[in-house]
Design a protein around this ligand. Structure first.
Ligand SMILES: Cc1ncc(COP(=O)(O)O)c(C=O)c1O
Length: 409
């Protein structure tokens, strides 16, 4: 048999194994803009699953800004930033993003990327290369997002960086490990808001530890940017921390409603990442029209409309926390728009997601490896565009489904 056939057999075998273990993921195609209602498979579903927390993904002012940006700058950048793809729209966006975090990182500069995945790979591999081979030590929170894990794996392969995992709710073990760590470059990497649990990293305490043991602190605030802090500047604003040791990552395809991401840090770090960050150097710049649209999104996030949208989100979160107390399903205490309901096995999570689908809701089952084995769940997320009635209807639907499932009917 030819090699190609072997590979095909392997692919089919692997997919069959995913099916058997209830781990195969299903791609669903939407026919409507991202909002609280989605048109999927010729049905309209109430969606509680996107990361469009502020409800900006289909905001008329952003739709208009994208059209205006395309008229002004065309639709493509044509090259990587360091060749000829860096436009005035990128420059203005980076200056505005730096201003967002400037109260928390002195001498700050920002670098824009097409995705958070790339920004994380760039930041971690680039920072690890500040040290000689084998001289970097990276501390990673156990529940960090896959893009951080992949960045750390790549940094470790490229630079022989030492990697230690820690529990973000028990920082004693982190401190103990740091006490005995003599590596010249040390870096803590942590999600700001844990993407599948919704809880917030103890940034003040982490920064204290970082100061004490001369460590850099990298915070991936993918789910906090736009959501946390009075002006939506994210976890650094909410925790009121300030340090040149902080490397901040914000993503722009979630609360900001568009796409892309940025790294913010003290200017010398950013200059180094421009010089040595391979994803930055070897990838085509995001279309400038996207950067132009994001400038409008930042204006909304920071202004009165953003403040009102965050108020609405917080109202929804409070109602959920108060009114879901009837449920015996395990919930993780979260003060963010990410509210997980833990159902345990893949089969349980899939069954509940299917009942929700029948009732007209789109809330997919989240399974390993995205979450630890045995903690498959619904990851319910809110948008400022959800009404209080939308939320109360969901709570009633969940109540009915829980009674049915737990009563065995
Ligand atoms: C915590 C976290 N970091 C990074 C990313 C990647 O960002 P992007 O979707 O812009 O690639 C995600 C995306 O889901 C995330 O949840």
């Amino acid at each position: 048999m030819s090699r190609t056939f072997n590979a095909l057999n392997m692919a089919e075998g692997q997919i069959a194994s995913l099916d058997e273990r209830l781990l195969r993921r299903k791609l669903r195609t939407t026919e409507s803009p991202c909002d609280t209602k989605a048109r999927v498979d010729n049905r309209e579903l109430k969606a509680f699953c996107s990361n469009d927390y502020l409800g900006l993904a289909n905001h008329p002012a952003l739709v208009a800004a994208l059209a205006e940006g395309a008229k002004k700058y065309g639709v493509g950048s044509g090259a990587s930033h360091l060749i000829s793809g860096h436009s005035i729209a990128h420059d203005l966006l980076e200056k505005k993003l730096a201003a967002f975090e400037s109260a928390h990182i002195p001498n700050t500069r920002a670098l824009f990327f097409s995705t958070g995945y790339l920004a994380n790979i760039n930041a971690i591999t680039g920072l690890a290369r500040l040290a000689k081979q084998g001289e970097a030590s990276i501390y990673s929170a156990k529940l960090n997002h896959a893009s951080l894990i992949d960045g750390i794996r790549l940094a470790s392969a490229q630079t022989k960086a030492n990697v230690t995992l820690f529990d973000h709710q028990d920082l004693d073990s982190l401190e103990n490990a740091l006490k005995h760590d003599a590596h010249p470059l040390k870096l803590i990497v942590v999600d700001g808001v844990f993407s599948m649990d919704g809880d917030i990293a103890p940034v003040e305490k982490l920064l204290q530890i970082a100061e004490q043991y001369d460590v850099l602190l990298m915070v991936d605030d993918a789910h906090g940017f736009g959501v946390l802090g009075k002006h939506g500047h994210g976890i650094l604003e909410q925790s009121n921390v300030h340090s040149e040791r902080i490397i901040y990552i914000g993503t722009l395809g979630k609360a900001a409603g568009v796409g892309g991401a940025f790294i913010c840090g003290a200017a010398p770090f950013i200059e180094w990442l421009i010089q040595k960050g391979r994803p930055y150097i070897y990838s085509t710049a995001t279309p400038p029209a996207i950067a132009h649209t994001l400038l409008k999104s930042l204006e909304i996030i920071e202004g009165n409309e953003g403040i009102e949208r965050r108020k609405k989100l917080n109202q929804l979160i409070e109602i959920w926390r108060e009114e879901m107390t009837f449920s015996n399903w395990e919930k993780i205490s979260s003060s963010t728009p990410i509210q997980p309901v833990i159902l345990g096995s893949n089969a349980n999570a899939l069954a509940v997601a299917q009942l929700l689908d029948k009732a007209g809701y789109w809330i997919p089952a989240i399974r390993p490896p995205t979450v630890p084995v045995g903690s498959s769940r619904l990851r319910i997320t809110f948008s400022a565009n959800h009404s209080i009635d939308d939320l109360r209807e969901l709570i009633q639907t969940l109540k009915g489904i829980e009674q049915r499932v737990e009563g065995g009917t």
